[in-house]
Design a protein around this ligand. Structure first.
Ligand SMILES: NC(=O)c1ccc[n+]([C@@H]2O[C@H](COP(=O)([O-])OP(=O)(O)OC[C@H]3O[C@@H](n4cnc5c(N)ncnc54)[C@H](O)[C@@H]3O)[C@@H](O)[C@H]2O)c1
Length: 384
């Protein structure tokens, strides 16, 4: 049973619904006097939203996943422009960069002063400047998490800035913003959202609150993932996936994740791969390894019952077995066409190093059972 003694933290305000992105105009006007607006590589996609913004702003387009150097550049621009507010409208990459900038404007210093694992891990003890986050993918839930992932090519790693002071002030989740996602982005970000709900539900840190949120997130993934991939203009499916992503973010921020995310974080620092594509490649093999280890070493814990619950939520069948849930995931990954890790350049020589790093990764600590290095190696091999 999950503990009845827990905490729950999130953004100060969450606004959800089709068309509600327009509220960024008034929201920003209440929170600051000059904004840095972080967007994806095509800021013109958001012209309609930004022309109504009630504060002057400087644009900072983000191409690709954010790095330590990009965060430094963005902070320098923000300081030059004298901004006191960050608006991030984009995928997880853009939102993470926005959260990193907001934290560094509030605390001063360099990303490496605070980064976990590769930096000094210094305590973040001052509030970020207000950050308004509007996700345009249905994937990471970064609009309601307290961390920002930055890649450091020189370390070959991705690492997080993390603090309860880094939750965005306002999260505006508008499914309409995700309608332009091409199928490949719908597939990889959707698999990230599904995996986050699933790992939070079987996490050893799960609580009654995260259970409620993650279960609903899985139900929404079952309803919306295949449909939003098949038809990107399906509004109901896009809404299901936007909710799945939000619920995944709320869950992971308060329950931690598991071995899929432990491995995916390290893999993302080693090769160039969309984060969700790494999750898609790893999910089935991780479930199989976890279930096998649980049946052997912890047959009486409640994790196996949780995997049965996952199977019921995904298949919609009250009598579904863990194996039938695994088949649903296998078929979904095949339908979405996400590739295995080898297609992104992962080679067998990299496996041992990735396993060693994943074993100590923060996400791995939420896994329902401590996997041994040979078990993680098996997961990685079958995902490659
Ligand atoms: N902070 C957290 O809690 C957290 C959690 C999981 C992952 N992450 C990070 O998030 C990043 C991945 O985020 P993501 O999966 O959202 O992908 P992304 O932000 O990297 O975007 C993927 C691609 O989709 C494009 N795109 C985004 N929205 C679009 C739209 N509406 N229409 C058309 N194209 C669009 C982007 O330009 C980009 O090319 C990784 O850096 C990962 O490390 C953060």
């Amino acid at each position: 049973m999950p503990p009845t003694d827990f905490e729950f933290a999130t953004a100060s305000r969450i606004i959800f619904g089709p068309g509600r992105a327009a509220e960024v105009a008034s929201t920003a006007g209440r929170l600051g006097s000059r904004a840095l607006v972080c967007t994806g590589a095509e800021p013109e996609r958001h012209d309609g939203l930004l022309e109504d913004l009630r504060v002057p702003f400087a644009l900072f387009p983000v191409r690709g996943e954010p790095t330590v150097d990009l965060a430094r550049t963005a902070v320098a621009v923000a300081r030059d422009e004298g901004v006191d507010l960050v608006v991030a409208v984009g995928g997880g990459s853009v939102i993470d960069l926005g959260k990193a900038v907001a934290m560094l404007l509030g605390n001063g210093g360099d990303p490496l002063d605070y980064l976990e694992v590769i930096g000094e891990g210094r305590l973040i003890d001052k509030p970020s400047v207000p950050c308004v986050a509007l996700p345009t993918t249905a994937g990471t839930g970064a609009e309601v998490t307290p961390n920002a992932v930055l890649a450091s090519p020189e370390h070959g790693l991705k690492a997080s800035l993390r603090s309860p002071l880094m939750f965005p002030r306002v999260a505006i989740v508008d499914p309409l913003l995700t309608m332009s996602c091409p199928p490949s982005v719908t597939a990889s970000s959707g698999m990230d959202a599904l995996t986050q709900c699933l790992e939070a539900l079987v996490s050893i840190r799960a609580t009654p609150m995260t259970d409620a949120l993650a279960s609903e997130g899985l139900r929404r993934a079952a309803a919306g993932l295949r449909r939003s991939y098949a038809d990107g203009s399906d509004m109901a499916a896009r809404t299901d996936m936007a909710l799945c992503s939000l619920l995944g973010g709320l869950s992971l921020a308060n329950a931690k994740l598991g071995a899929v995310h432990g491995l995916a974080g390290v893999i993302g620092g080693t090769i160039e791969i969309p984060h969700g594509a790494a999750c898609a490649a790893l999910l089935l093999a991780t479930i199989e390894a976890n279930v096998k280890a649980l049946r052997t070493r912890q047959p009486d814990g409640d994790a196996l019952a949780r995997y049965e619950q996952v199977a019921r939520l995904l298949t919609g069948r009250v009598d579904a077995t863990i194996e039938q849930g695994a088949v649903w995931i296998e078929e979904t990954v095949r339908l979405l066409g996400t590739a295995k890790l080898a297609s992104y350049g992962l080679v067998p020589d990299q496996v041992d190093e990735i396993v060693a790093r994943a074993l100590v990764a923060s996400s791995t600590k939420g896994n329902p059972i401590e996997l041994r290095s040979e078990e993680l190696r098996g997961v990685l091999t079958s995902a490659t």
